[in-house]
Design a protein around this ligand. Structure first.
Ligand code: ZN
Length: 190
C-alpha cells in the first residue's frame, strides 16, 4: 500500500525513532509499504518518520541512479551495489569516516527543494535486515550519502539542518512556504 508522505512542517519529521525490539509481522508490513511508497515517489530512500511513524526503520534503493556512483564494501572487500539492493535498515548504527564529500541532496518530504550538503564521504553501518538479522557494510558515494540522510531522519534531523548557512539561505523561501502550507493543511484537518 502506498502511504502518504508527510511534508516539512509535520511534527513527525522531528521525532526521534524508537528502537524496534523485534521484527514482527506489523514491521514487515510497514517495510513492504515503505518500499511501495518510495518507488511510487521515485525516491532512493524513505524513513519511517516520513510516513508518520517514529521508529528506527528506513529503506534504501540506489539502483535507479546512474549519474552518481555508489560504492560498497563487505568484510573489507569491494562488492556489487546493485546485488546488495534494496536495503532495509532497522536500528542502524553508523560510524562515519573522517573524510568528507560535498554533494546535492533532496528529500521526499521537501518536494522540489534541493541543496548541497557536506557529509562524511564513507560510513560503516551495522543494522538489522527485514528478518531481524544483523548485517554490516561500508558505503561510499551516493549510498553513503543516502544512508546518512535516512539515519538522520530516524533521529529527527533533516537535510536542511546539515546545509551551510549560504545554502540554507538559498532554499529558505521555499522551505518556509512549504512549512506554512503543511501547517495550514494540518490545521484544516483538526
Ligand atoms: Zn529525506
Amino acid at each position: 500500500m502506498v502511504l502518504p508522505v508527510v511534508k516539512y512542517g509535520h511534527p513527525a519529521l522531528r521525532q526521534k525513532g524508537a528502537r524496534i525490539p523485534a521484527v514482527t509481522e506489523e514491521v514487515r508490513q510497514l517495510v513492504s509499504d515503505m518500499f511501495e511508497t518510495m518507488r511510487h515517489a521515485h525516491g532512493v530512500g524513505l524513513a519511517a518518520q516520513q510516513v508518520g511513524r517514529a521508529l528506527q526503520l528506513a529503506v534504501i534503493d540506489v539502483r535507479g541512479v546512474t549519474d552518481r556512483p555508489s560504492e560498497l564494501w563487505i568484510d573489507g572487500h569491494p562488492a556489487s551495489v546493485d546485488a546488495f539492493m534494496p536495503l532495509v535498515l532497522i536500528n542502524p548504527v553508523l560510524t562515519p569516516s573522517a573524510s568528507r564529500a560535498h554533494g546535492p541532496e533532496g528529500c521526499l518530504s521537501f518536494p522540489e527543494i534541493y541543496g548541497e550538503v557536506d557529509r562524511p564521504a564513507e560510513v560503516e553501518v551495522t543494522a538489522w535486515n527485514e528478518r531481524g538479522e544483523e548485517y554490516r557494510f561500508k558505503a561510499g558515494g551516493l549510498l553513503a550519502r543516502a544512508v546518512q540522510h535516512e539515519a538522520d531522519h530516524l533521529n529527527g534531523i533533516l537535510f536542511i539542518d546539515r546545509m551551510d548557512s549560504a545554502t540554507r539561505a538559498d532554499v529558505r523561501p521555499d522551505v518556509d512556504a512549504l512549512q506554512a502550507e503543511t501547517k495550514a493543511a494540518l490545521a484544516r484537518k483538526k
